[in-house]
Design a protein around this ligand. Structure first.
Ligand code: ADP
Ligand code: ZN
Length: 218
């Protein structure tokens, strides 16, 4: 099963993607995580991406699209994947269609995570992420068992540089302008499955699984 997960920054799309990757043995392709690991390792791609990410802007397609194409060609993607953070623009969605068509591959469903804006702003400042596996935690709502240590892989759990009030506002704006139109784009193709994450991840995953069952995907 090949999935895309869409949702505003702080909507919990990363958390839902992590649950789904474990449950359905999917490769988890998070473009944000790939950029952050490049920044950490000081690669040329990381250096270039950082200037955009710090402003809450999108990294240019010329960098992002080829990075995803490269990732999708790796072996672990053969048995299914979840794309988290890509596509983020109509142009990226079109580039994705083209690269999948070349391989005779396709997306089975697009998960749309719904959360109210006030809840997002409230959650983001207390969010923490694992540097190693990308799992999300929250010091107020979902703390790690041991402070600073990932429950899943033992990696370092840190606060993201762009999880501050100013950058979050810019990221939300970028999302509504560039990424929200994708919901309509995929709805017209009959691919959207909704998950409401206003309450908690369990409810959101239950919504998604029921939508995937209705479509006969699981
Ligand atoms: P969130 O969705 O919570 O903002 P991500 O980890 O998905 O977080 O992305 C963090 C940042 O990485 C984005 O604000 C953007 O600068 C960059 N980024 C991630 N994915 C893409 C993409 N597909 N296209 C362009 N920029 C991206
Ligand atoms: Zn981890």
């Amino acid at each position: 099963m090949n999935l895309i997960i869409l949702g505003a920054p702080g909507s919990g799309k990363g958390t839902s993607a992590t649950v789904l990757r474990e449950k359905y043995s999917l490769a988890h392709i998070s473009t944000g995580d790939i950029f952050r690991s490049n920044i950490k390792n000081g690669t040329p791609l990381g250096l270039e991406a950082k200037s955009y990410m710090d402003k809450g802007a999108l990294v240019p397609d010329s960098l992002t699209v080829s990075m995803v194409e490269d990732r999708l060609s790796q072996d672990d993607c053969k048995s299914g994947y979840i794309l988290d953070g890509f596509p983020r623009t109509i142009a990226q969605a079109e580039a994705l269609e083209e690269m999948l068509a070349k391989k005779g591959d396709k997306i089975d469903a697009v998960l749309s995570i719904i959360v109210d804006d006030e809840i997002i702003k409230d959650r983001v400042s207390s969010r923490r992420v694992c540097e190693k596996c990308g799992a999300s935690f929250n010091v107020r709502f979902k703390p790690t068992k041991v402070e600073g240590v990932c429950d899943l892989c033992g990696g370092n759990v840190i606060q993201r540089a762009d999880d501050n009030e100013e950058t979050v506002a810019a990221r939300l704006e970028t999302y509504y302008k560039n990424t929200q139109p994708l919901i309509d784009f995929y709805d017209k193709k009959g691919l959207i499955v909704e998950g409401n994450n206003n309450v908690d991840a369990d409810k959101c995953i239950a919504d998604i699984e029921s939508g995937l069952k209705t479509k006969g995907i699981i």
